[in-house]
Every structure is written in C-alpha cells, then in structure tokens.
Design a binder for this molecule. Structure first.
Ligand code: ADP
Ligand code: ZN
Length: 730
C-alpha cells in the first residue's frame, strides 16, 4: 500500500508520545509530510514528538488546528512497525502513546544532523598523572576505542571538562569532529565461520532454509549449555545478511557481555550495533537512526530493541528464551519473547528461540507443531553434561547456622586440591534474609513494604529488596528497644562466604551477587576475572547461571535446591528445573567432567528427581499434564490485575466493584478470582490488592478485559495495572 501524502496545510492526524487517548489533528507543514513521518508538534506550550498516523479525524474546528512544526530527518515509520505497535498495544492492553514511546526511545532524535566533537585516546602521555586523569584514560581503555562526547566522558569518569581539555593539550586524548550518527561497520557473512559439527551443520542448514523461504516461522533451538547453539544461530544471522536483511539478537541484559560481542565480531569481521542500558545516549540515537537508514545490519540488544525501526528485519534470535527478564515488569508489561514472534509474523521474518531449558510455553508450541524444533544433544568437543547427585540433608550432620554439608565440603576440597574451581550456588542476596530480635521475637520489616529487611553485612545496612529502602544496621530492636539482641536468621551469599572462609581457609573465595558491584560492567569484568582463574570458590546468586563460561569449574554445589519449590507460583517447578539445570550446566564446560551436588530435604520430590535423572521430556510431559488439568497457561489464559492505593479501603473498593461487574468476562467464559491482598501486600507505601482472571484458551480475553475495566471508575489516587500472561504473581 502506498503511504498517504499530506500536502502543506492539509489536516492529518498525529499520534504523540503524550498520554492522550487518541491522535490529534494538525496541519501538514511546509513541504508536506507522509503518513508515518516522525514529526514535532505543538501541544499546549510544549513541542512533543509524534508520528503522522493517518487522515485527520476532522471533528475539530479546522481554523483552530495548529501546524506540524517540523518533520524529522529520519525515514517514516513503516507499516510493519505501525502494525506491530498497534497489535502489541492491543495484546498488552497498553495505550498507544506508551507503546510509541517505547519505539522512540532515542534521546536527541529530533536534533538536526550535524557534526559533533568527539574524543578518542591519543598517542601522548600526560606529564603528570592525577586520579582524575587516570579515571579518564581508564574509561577510554575500558571501552576499547569508542569515541565519546565531552559530556559523556566527563560524566562516566566523574571529572570536570577542564580535566579532559588538559589531556587533549598533552596529546593523551584526541579531539575530532565527526558527523553525527555514522553507519556501523559492514558485517561480512562470509568472513569466517567455525567448522560446524554434523549436528550443528544440520541445524544451521535448516535455519538457513527457513530464511531463504522469506516467510514467517519460529524454531525452537534446544541444546544443552555448550552444545554450540550460539554457533548455529550465528549461521542463521549470516544467512539473513546474505539476503540483505537485518538481524536482531536479543539477550537477557546480564548475558550482554563483551565476550559475546567479540564472538560476533570474530564471525562477521565487525562490531554490531548495540541497544541496552549500558549504551551511551549518543550511541542509542545512532543505533536507532542507522537501523532505520540501512546503516546497521545486526543489532544485539535487550528486550526493548524489538521496538527499533528496522528497515527490513529478517531474523530475530531470542537467546535464553526462557529467561524471566524478557518479561518487562514495570511500565508497559510485555514479554519480549512473545512480542518477537508477533513482530516477525508481521514482517515475514524468522524467529529462533534458543535455550537449554525452554519455557513450557515454547515446549508446548513445538509439541503442537506451531514451532519447528531443533535439538543439539551433545556438548561441543570433549565436554559432557555433569553428573548430578542429591545430597540428602536428612542424613547429614550440620552445626547450627551452617549450610555446607560434610559431603559437599569434601567434594569442594577435592577440587581446590586439584586446582579446579567449585561454585556454591544460593539464590539469596545479602547476609541473612531475616533479622530477628532474640528478646521479643520481632522480625525487622520494611516500613513501606510488606517485606522483611535483608541484612547486607558488607554495607553494614538493612535493605528492602522490594523498594530499595536501606537503614544502618540498628543497635537495638526497633520494637522492644532492647540493645544487642538482633540476630540473623538463615543464609544469604555473604553469610555463606563467611562459612566457606572458615571451612576452606586457604582458598580464594569470590562472591558474585548483583548488588555487590557498582555497575553491570564492573560485575561482568569480575565474572571474567573469576572465570580466568582468580578464585577457587565462587559463591553466587542466579546471575552466575547465565551466559558465562567458567572453563575450570568442575563442581557446582546447590545449597538449597528446595528453595524454589516452596512458592505457590504456577511456574515454581518449571523455574526450579530450569535454574538447577542451568547452574549445573556451568560445571565441566571444557574438558573436565563436572559434578553437580544438590542439597535437598526432599530428594524424592518429582522435580528434584527429574533434575537428577535428566529426564527432561518426562519432566515437561508431567508438568504439561498438570497445567492442562488445571486449565492454566499455556493451556488456558490468565491475566493478573493489581489495584493499588495508599488507602487499603480504596484498593478493595475498586477490586470489589470489578468482581461484581464481571459480566463482560463471564460472557466469554472467563472467571475472576479474588480480591485478595497481593503476596506482597504493600510496596512503597501503596497497598496492593490482586484479582486473577482465568479463561479458556482461544477466547478474546483482552477485548473482554477492556470492556470490563471500562465500566469502573478509577479514582486518581488508585492505580489499576493489568498484566496479560503474568509471569510473576507478586
Ligand atoms: P551454547 O550457546 O549452546 O551454550 P556455544 O555456542 O557457546 O554453546 O558453544 C560452546 C563453546 O564451544 C564455545 O566456546 C564455542 O566457541 C565452542 N564451539 C561450539 N561449536 C564449535 C565448533 N563447531 N567449532 C569450534 N568451537 C565450537
Ligand atoms: Zn520496602
């Protein structure tokens, strides 16, 4: 379809990123505009960003219409992206402007193209090294050859601009005028791939054939950690580039490492565009524009990269597709994995969902024949899956307030003696999850949330993991005011490290927990240092389960394999299964056979048994049967509704009103459960009340919900959040 063109002065509708319920009419500017043009329009006293959405609604006095101020110098939004935004908004019940905001999150988009002054490392040395100068040079080296504007550099290094000017004068930094937003280096699909194993080659060929078909299709690429899934999907990327189309590789934020980018660079002879929280504002805008203008062939990014204005997207890879971080839990609630499938279906692209432990949703779609499925069954080279054993905690003798069993201790000591690494896994940050007063029994809780305060001993503070509130560790009990009686209960990684230090006095012990590092970058560097051999014992939370190779790691000890099984969450079993297998997959990734020891009080629990026996298909079949019987996802549909307010009564009033007026839901066969206080009943001082909507598969649930909530009046102090396909039930 030819996009519509609006002559100067002709009315057209513009969707802005402002929270209005519909597009507004404006007059096309001098030179006219296309449907899809990105524009700036006046709104009240402000200039705001928008997109020409189509013909004017015409219900507003034409004489009062204001003119579009300017058409931005970027290609108009393509129909495919527009469709995607509309459908994604419908699916997630998100207002269109919020969706458009996701798709235009590139600061400075409306700045005129021009040159800018940038800084690179120079040849010279400063005459005198100061801390500030040192920081600037280290920042430059850390980002290996990237250029920055003065402001970015000053901010990142925490120095004033005079420090930067000083370094320029000495030749340690080089100043250049660069055109804004240069294209990314050309990527060559024929550069040099690895020789694939027979399995890998067969999988790569299958994916390449899909791409050659030029039609939509989704493939589950399943293979144990280390089987070469990345190698295989890089071949799919190559096939896509050969056809002149763009490729997007989505990774969970934590897996976005320089290791991965280096690998991609080695394969294609150039670095791809990046899109994630670690990218500077300038680079974000560059990526956004180049993706639209044919200056970026491959984007490696976190979930919001899905909303970039690709010119011709031919492939989306979702690596670690089961990862819960693909579900955005704040603002627009969407699941990037599902939205990737949606977007691909609208632009005749292929999707590759890669995982060692796919989600049950994806597994079921493959079973049902909606997705193809490729299996890589063996690890590349010599590496084999680790042996898995339970440590039956009922038969172990442990001193009070210790968590490492004699069996695990012995196994770890053996690795240390052999110069290998052992990982002790515990999915709990901080020192102790609970702080209790031994005088009165009070448990220290967050003043704003329904959550216990977690002791962080390195920081000497108590912290709320819901809202981030922290207080210094109190001397006396906040309730009975007796001093010196507060005691930690249960272990977090910091406490486990303390125990390990006592048990293994000669070992080098490293704790990997996201809160112990200032930035994601610092954390990733530490992971790399440890993988290179800087520690004998690694103590870590779930972030070690993702994405990084520890070649010398041969033992994984899971401190509490039962931890994830306790939740009432419908995905508790699935999550435990995935997490335990991912963690175990860290052991023995190179040539040494690994061992995974799982401490458990219920070794006969079906989930634990499935993990130990490695009977994945058996596990999924059993899990699928249970969900099918209960009519829950993926065999039924769900939506979570959270009503929150500072006044508990207001929250309950609205929730009760919703339950009473649920006719629109009932008419499609959906049921409402609740209201009940949400499992986390208060966050940041707001009370939270929850309803759960359940319906059979195949009904138009979103439509029914939209009708349903339209009937109630929401006070402006009360907030109603709807989460389609909820992943977390907190
Ligand atoms: P996965 O993505 O399944 O975890 P990777 O693709 O990361 O697996 O492969 C694991 C390791 O094996 C990597 O270091 C990778 O470079 C190596 N590898 C996999 N396949 C090959 C191959 N065909 N030739 C050389 N190295 C390979
Ligand atoms: Zn809190």
């Amino acid at each position: 379809m030819e996009p519509a063109y609006f002559e100067a002065g002709e009315p057209c509708a513009v969707l802005t990123t402002q929270p209005l319920d519909r597009p507004l009419d404006y007059l096309a500017p001098e030179g006219g505009c296309w449907s899809g043009s990105y524009v700036e329009v006046p709104l009240g006293p402000r200039r705001v960003l928008g997109v020409v959405w189509g013909p004017a609604a015409g219900d507003y006095d034409r004489a009062k219409l204001r003119a579009v101020l300017r058409v931005l110098d970027v290609p108009p939004m393509r129909d495919e992206l527009r469709d995607f935004i509309i459908k994604a908004a419908d699916y997630t019940l998100t207002p269109l402007p919020a969706m458009l905001r996701l798709a235009t999150r590139a600061p400075g988009l409306s700045d005129a193209p021009a040159t800018r002054r940038i800084y690179r490392l120079g040849e010279g040395e400063p005459d005198r090294m100061t801390d500030a100068r040192q920081r600037v040079l280290e920042t430059m080296r850390e980002y290996g050859g990237l250029a920055f504007t003065q402001r970015e550099l000053a901010e990142m290094a925490g120095v004033t601009s005079s420090v930067i000017k000083g370094l320029v004068k000495q030749g340690a930094l080089r100043e250049e005028d660069a055109p804004k937003d240069l294209p990314f280096p050309h990527l060559d699909p024929n550069h040099k791939g690895k020789d694939l194993t027979e399995d890998q080659a067969a999988a790569a060929t299958h994916l390449a054939q899909g791409i050659a078909s030029g039609t939509y299709g989704t493939t589950l690429l399943k293979g144990v950690t280390g089987s070469g899934k990345t190698e295989v999907y890089l071949e799919a990327v190559a096939a896509c580039l050969k056809r002149g189309r763009q490729a997007l590789v989505l990774l969970p934020e934590i897996a976005l490492t320089s290791e991965f980018l280096t690998r991609l660079e080695a394969r294609f002879g150039g670095r791809p565009a990046e899109w994630h929280s670690g990218v500077t504002m300038t680079e974000r805008r560059r990526t956004w524009k180049m993706v639209a203008e044919n200056g970026a062939q491959v984007v490696v990014g976190a979930r919001s990269a899905l909303f970039l204005p690709f010119r011709d997207l031919g492939l989306i890879v979702v690596d670690e597709e089961h990862d819960t971080s693909y579900k955005q839990e704040d603002g627009v609630l969407y699941n990037a994995r599902d939205m990737a499938v949606l977007r691909a279906s609208l632009c005749s692209a292929r999707v590759v969902l890669a995982s060692a432990t796919p989600s049950l949703e994806t597994w079921a779609n493959a079973e049902a024949g909606k997705y193809d499925r490729l299996d890589l069954t063996s690890r590349f080279g010599e590496a084999v899956m680790p042996e898995m054993e339970a440590v039956d905690m009922r038969a172990e003798t442990l001193a009070a307030s210790t968590w490492i069993s004699p069996t695990l201790r012995k196994a770890a000591q053996e690795r240390i003696d052999r110069g290998e690494q052992a990982l002790l896994f515990l999915n709990r940050r901080g020192y102790a999850p609970v702080t209790i007063c031994r005088a009165c029994g009070h448990q220290v809780a967050c003043p704003h949330c329904d959550a216990r305060m977690v002791e962080h001993r390195f920081l000497k503070r108590l912290m709320c993991h819901q809202c981030g509130e922290t207080t210094p560790m109190p001397e006396e009990c906040p309730s009975c005011h007796v001093a010196g009686k507060l005691a930690p209960v249960g272990p977090g990684v910091e406490r486990l490290a303390e125990e390990a230090t006592t048990l293994f006095p000669d070992a080098r012990i490293a704790v990997l927990s996201s809160d112990l590092f200032g930035s994601a970058r610092a954390l990733k560097e530490e992971i790399k240092r440890i993988a290179d051999g800087a520690a004998d014992i690694i103590i870590g939370t779930q972030m070690v389960a993702k994405g990084h190779n520890f070649p010398n790691l041969t033992l994984v000890g899971v401190i509490d394999a039962d931890l994830g099984l306790q939740g009432s969450d419908l995905r508790a079993a699935e999550r435990t299964f995935q997490l335990m297998r991912q963690v175990a997959g860290r052991a023995g990734r190179s040539t040494k056979r690994g061992l995974a020891l799982m401490q458990t009080f219920q070794p006969e629990h079906p989930v634990i048994r499935a993990i130990l026996s490695g009977d994945e298909e058996g596990f999924w079949q059993a899990e699928a049967a249970e969900r099918q019987a209960a009519g829950v996802p993926p065999y039924g549909r769900m939506a979570g509704v959270i009503v929150s307010s500072e006044e508990l009564n207001d929250a309950f009033d609205l929730a009760n009103q919703l339950t009473r007026q649920c006719e629109p839901l009932r008419s499609v066969g959906a049921q409402v459960f609740g209201p009940a206080p949400a499992p986390i009943a208060r966050i940041r001082g707001r009370h939270r009340v929850r309803l759960l909507v359940k319906s059979p598969k195949g009904v138009a649930l979103q439509k029914a919900i939209a009708l349903w909530v339209r009937n109630v009046r929401v006070k402006n102090t009360t907030r109603l959040t709807i989460d389609i396909d909820p992943q977390s039930f907190l």
